[in-house]
Each structure stands twice: as structure tokens, then as C-alpha cells.
Write a protein that binds this ligand. Structure first.
Ligand SMILES: Nc1ncnc2c1ncn2[C@@H]1O[C@H](COP(=O)(O)OP(=O)(O)OP(=O)(O)O)[C@@H](O)[C@H]1O
Length: 241
């Protein structure tokens, strides 16, 4: 029994004959930002989907808040941003946010403030009344992130949240993620941006279906005797091949 918010133990996931996750061990604790990195196709999204019960595990165990997912009661405590946007394109940004706020059970009196806050975080306040069909790809990502942030969930699971987002806004978003962590809430984030991996409290490196390294960025850099997480990544990948 651990106090982990996300606890993945010897997790296995297969798609047909392909074993994508061979033995995944990963814990996300309260008040922690954990970054999941790995080459394209390594299985980062699969880790997330299996943890959330959107994919059925073939072995091992995955719990979130100590429960096997999916679990309807837990959904309001989790903000999930998938790699593909689940948006209603004929509706405006505000209408999308309102819909998801209601789905999450946010109290009627708090919906409007909640929407203003998350829209500010992702710089969408001026575009909220435009139809989503007219949004750029980056704007859609930002709206998806805003939806995940609604209702101050205790756990955020973000699959490549900053793709297509410019550096200034990326910095603003990270400020918010740090504030969330400082409130003892937890974040699991996948990223291709190595600068972002440096900002995580811990980084998990996914290679060959396993988490081959999992520690604070500073410790990983020491272990691999390099100066950046990018070099850790390249060195680990080189050693693996
Ligand atoms: N539903 C599915 N059916 C069959 N194969 C799948 C399915 N989902 C994922 N895969 C396969 O599992 C592997 C891992 O995919 P996944 O999307 O988890 O990787 P990823 O690390 O998130 O990649 P990226 O960084 O490119 O998003 C890939 O080979 C992919 O083709």
C-alpha cells in the first residue's frame, strides 16, 4: 500500500502481437510534477490510457487514488487532456467550457469564475465567443488544456499539452502548473520538449516498454554524467540500441 496518487506496478499492455508496455513501474505522489518522456511510439499515451482505464491492462496493476479506473466517482478529481482534442467545433470556446464544467459537477455559481480563470491561463479570454471551428490548432490545444484545468482537479494528466503553443505562453502555462503543484495537487505530463522535462520534479524515461530511469532531473543528469535531460535521453537511447 502506497500513498501514490497514480500507482503503476508491473503494468503490461499488448496490442495484438505487439507488447507495447512490458513492465511499467511508476508512481506519482501528491504535490509532484512527473514528466514522462520517450521516443515517438514508445507508449507514453498508452501508459496514460491504461492508467485511466481507457485501455485494459494485460498484466500488473494500475490505480489512481487507490482505485482501479475507470471509476466514475473519481472523474471529477482528474483533469485529463488527451493528445487529440475532444471539442464541439460548432460551439464557441465558452460553450465548450460551460458544457465540461457542468459535466464535472462544478457548482452553477462558480462556473463563470472558473471559466474566466482557465481562459486567462491559456490566453483565450478574447476568443471565447468565437466558434471552435474557426480556431487554429494551437487554440484548440489551449482550449483542451483549459477544460482539463476546470474545477481545480487534484490530479492533472496532460498528454503533450504544449504542442503548437508559443514559448511565452508555454512559460505562463508552466507557471500555472507550478502553482498547482504548490497546492499539493499532482501532474503527470508527457512532452517532447526537453526544456520542459527539466522543469518536472521527476522524469520517467520510457524505452523498450519499460521505465528505464525515474528520478529528479538533477539526479538523472548526474547518473548519466551529462548537463541536460536532452543528453540523458540521447545517451539512454544510444545505450538501449
Ligand atoms: N489502439 C491501438 N491499437 C493498436 N496499436 C496501438 C493502439 N494504440 C497505440 N498503439 C501502438 O502502441 C505503440 C505506442 O503508441 P503510443 O501512442 O502510446 O506512443 P507515444 O509514446 O505516446 O507516441 P507519440 O510520442 O508519438 O505520441 C505504437 O506502436 C502504436 O502504434
Amino acid at each position: 500500500m502506497t500513498n501514490a496518487i497514480i500507482d503503476l506496478t508491473h503494468l503490461v499492455k499488448k496490442f495484438g502481437k505487439q507488447t507495447v508496455l512490458k513492465d511499467i513501474n511508476l508512481q506519482v505522489m501528491s504535490g509532484e510534477i512527473v514528466g514522462l518522456i520517450g521516443p515517438s511510439g514508445a507508449g507514453k499515451s498508452t501508459v496514460i490510457k491504461t492508467a485511466l482505464g481507457m485501455e485494459l491492462a494485460d498484466g500488473g496493476s494500475a490505480t489512481v487514488f487507490g482505485k482501479v479506473m475507470p471509476n466514475r466517482q473519481l472523474l471529477a478529481r482528474i483533469g485529463y487532456m488527451a493528445q487529440t482534442d475532444a471539442l464541439y467545433e460548432t460551439l464557441s470556446g465558452r460553450e465548450n467550457l460551460k458544457f465540461y464544467a457542468q459535466m464535472k459537477g462544478i457548482h452553477k455559481s462558480e462556473i463563470s469564475d472558473s471559466i474566466s480563470h482557465v481562459a486567462d491561463v491559456v490566453n483565450l479570454a478574447d476568443d471565447l465567443d468565437k466558434r471552435v471551428s474557426g480556431y487554429s490548432g494551437g487554440m484548440m490545444r489551449r482550449l483542451s488544456l483549459a477544460i482539463a484545468l476546470l474545477g481545480n482537479p487534484e490530479l492533472l494528466i496532460l498528454d503533450e499539452p504544449t504542442v503548437g503553443i508559443d514559448p511565452a505562453l508555454r512559460r505562463q502555462i508552466w507557471k500555472e502548473l507550478n502553482a498547482i503543484r504548490d497546492e499539493e495537487r499532482s501532474i503527470l505530463i508527457t512532452t517532447h520538449v526537453m526544456d520542459e522535462a527539466e522543469l518536472c520534479d521527476k522524469v520517467a524515461l520510457l524505452l523498450g516498454g519499460k521505465v528505464i530511469a525515474f528520478d529528479e532531473p538533477v539526479v538523472l543528469k548526474m547518473q548519466y554524467k551529462v548537463d541536460s535531460i536532452e543528453e540523458v535521453f540521447l545517451k539512454a537511447e544510444g545505450e538501449f540500441k
